[in-house]
Design a protein around this ligand. Structure first.
Ligand SMILES: [Mn+2]
Length: 367
């Protein structure tokens, strides 16, 4: 097999509604989404890939804005390599869908049928297999399919939108057996928005690149695409972040700490372009002042959400005089606590008491 380098992305969800935002902010987010197309173009050129594979949900819904259609054309249409698209449940192929009503650049190839078919492109040592969602839902498209015996040097690559997670489902459920049987060198999947490592089922390597950018706190972490290299040595994937908006949920233990200092330290890896949900946790003698926290982080993020899940600090040592297992445990630790000659040791004894108490209470008292 000749070495083959591909760009694999999925789930761009261009023109998403962003219903939680104001109309102006939603419009701005959609404009930012369109930028992803140009970053894909840029990366494809820089990395010199043989083809760009887009595994469905390129558009969030059937109404594609004219700016989005324009940018789709000027970015992907400017590439010197083919762009191969397998429509997904958000952008299924129908005779009246965007795939027929939009202008599509000549180098963009779209799978239009629910039956698996193959396409070849001049000068590229691969056969690209794929199928389309032709509705918002799809039965298993891959069941029973096999490429047959390999009689040439071409790599077999599948581009498809579908769900390997669900045993049965409405979104082209893909079973392990079907992946084994199809006999692909690589299956470029879309649908699951969290990226996966490279996996294998029999001789078929496969991966989900995840969505290209987070759209809410249910799509956290760094997002991007995969550069896939196929060669005689096997398949390699490299995750490349696209630098779009990032959502993060951070749980910060603020118990016994200066709350503002603790949260500032916890968020040090995030930028002003990110959206952050901070969940304060731990035992606090006073309820944290969320107004102060918000002030300490003012202007620090695109969006900040604060949740207080702290619990009131519990007085430990008065429990030590009871004639129970926890009483005996606390009594021992109190001796260590009072004998300690520095704060670190005292904190350790207190922590041991809290953990011990929790273990005893959750496990129940012996008779
Ligand atoms: Mn999707």
């Amino acid at each position: 097999m000749k070495e083959l380098k591909l760009l694999h992305a999925a789930d761009l969800h261009l023109d998403s509604a962003f219903e939680a935002l104001s109309p102006e902010a939603a419009e701005e987010r959609r404009a930012e989404q369109r930028e992803l197309l140009f970053r894909i173009e840029d990366l494809a050129e820089k990395r010199g890939v043989a083809a760009v594979l887009l595994s469905g949900d390129i558009f969030d819904n059937e109404t594609v804005r004219s700016e989005t259609a324009r940018d789709f054309n000027s970015s992907l249409g400017a590439l010197s390599c083919p762009v191969i698209i397998a429509p997904g449940n958000h952008d299924p192929y129908t005779p009246h869908s965007m795939w027929e009503t939009m202008r599509i650049p000549e180098n963009v190839y779209i799978f239009k049928s629910a039956g698996i078919s193959a396409a070849e492109f001049q000068g590229i040592p691969a056969r690209f297999w794929g199928a389309a969602f032709t509705n918002s839902f799809s039965h298993p498209l891959l069941n029973g399919f096999s490429r047959g015996e390999k009689t040439d040097e071409l790599a077999d690559v599948l581009v498809i939108h579908g769900d390997t997670a669900a045993g049965a489902g409405d979104y082209n459920p893909i079973s392990r057996e079907a992946l084994v049987k199809c006999g692909m060198d690589y299956a470029a999947l879309g649908h699951i928005h969290a990226r996966t490592p490279l996996m294998t089922a029999g001789g078929t390597a496969y991966a989900y690149p995840g969505c290209t950018e987070g759209r809410g706190f249910d799509e956290t972490g760094e997002k991007g695409l995969l550069i896939v290299t196929l060669s005689d040595a096997g398949v390699r994937t490299e995750f490349v972040p696209l630098g779009g908006v990032r959502y993060e949920i951070l749980r910060v233990d603020v118990g016994g700490k200066d709350v503002s200092a603790a949260v500032c330290e916890a968020v040090s890896g995030l930028t002003e372009n990110d959206c952050c949900r901070l969940v304060l946790a731990g035992e606090c003698s006073a309820q944290p002042d969320l107004g102060l926290v918000r002030k300490a982080l003012e202007g620090r993020f695109r969006e900040l959400q604060l949740r207080d899940e702290t619990t009131p600090k519990r007085e430990l040592w008065p429990l030590r005089n009871k004639d129970t297992l926890s009483g005996v445990l606390l009594d021992k630790l109190y001796t260590i606590y009072t004998a300690a000659d520095n704060d670190a040791e005292r904190r350790r004894a207190e922590l041991a008491a809290r953990y011990g108490l929790a273990a005893v209470e959750n496990g129940g008292e012996p008779l």
